[in-house]
Design a binder for this molecule. Sequence first.
Ligand SMILES: Nc1ncnc2c1ncn2[C@@H]1O[C@H](COP(=O)(O)OP(=O)(O)O)[C@@H](O)[C@H]1O
Ligand SMILES: Cc1cn([C@H]2C[C@H](O)[C@@H](COP(=O)(O)O)O2)c(=O)[nH]c1=O
Ligand SMILES: [Zn+2]
Length: 192
Amino acid sequence: MFIEPYHNQHQQNEKRTGWIEVVCGSMFSGKTEELIRRLNRAKIAKQKVEIFKPALDTRYHEENIVSHNSLMIRSTPIQSSQEILLLSGDCDVVGIDEVQFFDSGIVEVVNNLANSGKRVIVAGLDMDFQGKPFGEMPALMAIAEYITKVHAVCVVCGDVANYSYRKTAAQEQVMLGETDSYEARCRKCFHL
Ligand SMILES: Nc1ncnc2c1ncn2[C@@H]1O[C@H](COP(=O)(O)OP(=O)(O)O)[C@@H](O)[C@H]1O
Ligand SMILES: Cc1cn([C@H]2C[C@H](O)[C@@H](COP(=O)(O)O)O2)c(=O)[nH]c1=O
Ligand SMILES: [Zn+2]
């Protein structure tokens, strides 16, 4: 389990150090659950938290981030990565879900936030339905201090799953969906 790093006591009167955490994995692997867990703990620690998601992801709720097992946290839906800089103000912690859907500016935005002393936690799909890296996830993983890869259970054989298998013939990279269109599969069953 990921334990939050603590701020060095010597930094209390200086500019704080920020950092970047990436939570990645396939669909149903628990990325959103883990993001919500970390953000709730930050709230319990009385830190000021701002949470964002891409406006295009309206699957469960227009505003809330919702996990497949119905955990929920309030968020601000946004169209472009630049809005995060405008809306995060003086918060301590920034959370971003479905980060693979953002434009390429997200890498600089996340870096700027961390450079300004904020803890930035992003969650997203590391691979698309073809098993290819998704959006800016590789770049975000490169600049992150901490990376957590979570895993689902393969619905075919029960092994550890790290692929999101698309059940339809659609070929576009972005296609919102749930168990109607996707299932978690292990390496062997993904290539059946
Ligand atoms: N194949 C699966 N493997 C693991 N968990 C699954 C699976 N299918 C459904 N779930 C549920 O999904 C939850 C994780 O949901 P969520 O955090 O939204 O995942 P993600 O954001 O990675 O898609 C699990 O706790 C479990 O209840
Ligand atoms: C693999 C894959 C997924 N998507 C979509 C499907 C869902 O709407 C989200 C992922 O949600 P989750 O919280 O990780 O379960 O992404 C896509 O558009 N393209 C893909 O290749
Ligand atoms: Zn399998």
